[in-house]
Design a protein. Sequence first.
Length: 216
Amino acid sequence: MTESAPYLTATADAYDAVAVLYADLFRDSLDRLPLDRAALAAFADSVRADGAAPLAGPVAELGCGPGYVTAHLQGLGLDVFGIDLSPRMIELAREAYPGLRFEVGSMHALDLADGELSGIVSWYSLIHTPPRELPPYFAEFRRVLAPGGHLLLGFFESGGDAVTEFDHKVTPAYRWPIDDLAELAREAGFTEVGRMLREPLEGERFRQGRLLMRGR
């Protein structure tokens, strides 16, 4: 974390405070979300299909929270580890999935070598980043991803509106037009492979977006 990005400290503190409740609430959430499972499966299939060198590196879930998506990706056959800004979330992930690797870290400055990863999943982990701060995150994703590696984004979609801040239950967050988010990724060196929009289910407020990208 840096002095120029106080939202990082605020986000980490907010998730530390609700980590146990969050983990209990979302641990089995994928069981009732078939379209979300399909997006993760498409990502895993894409990574495995391109698994020859130089794409033999691991997959990272960036912003892994309590680790349930990381564990799901392992179940899909990926060599995967998780990174999160919240130390408490990482503690819970290690307790719940002791066979997996979890580390405290920030997506804007990853302790990873250039081209180290074959895939990245960012599942609702960019939603708290102020829009003006987002381009360097995509640049960092591209740096650590091998050429031809895959990136999967999960986020709240704006439903035809511009980028919109909203009162997320943990800390303020943003809804993005899917075209605008795809354009930011393209500017950082990614090519779109596919996209999905899922309408809100009962108990959800907003449309959900998924973007599958490939590094050039």
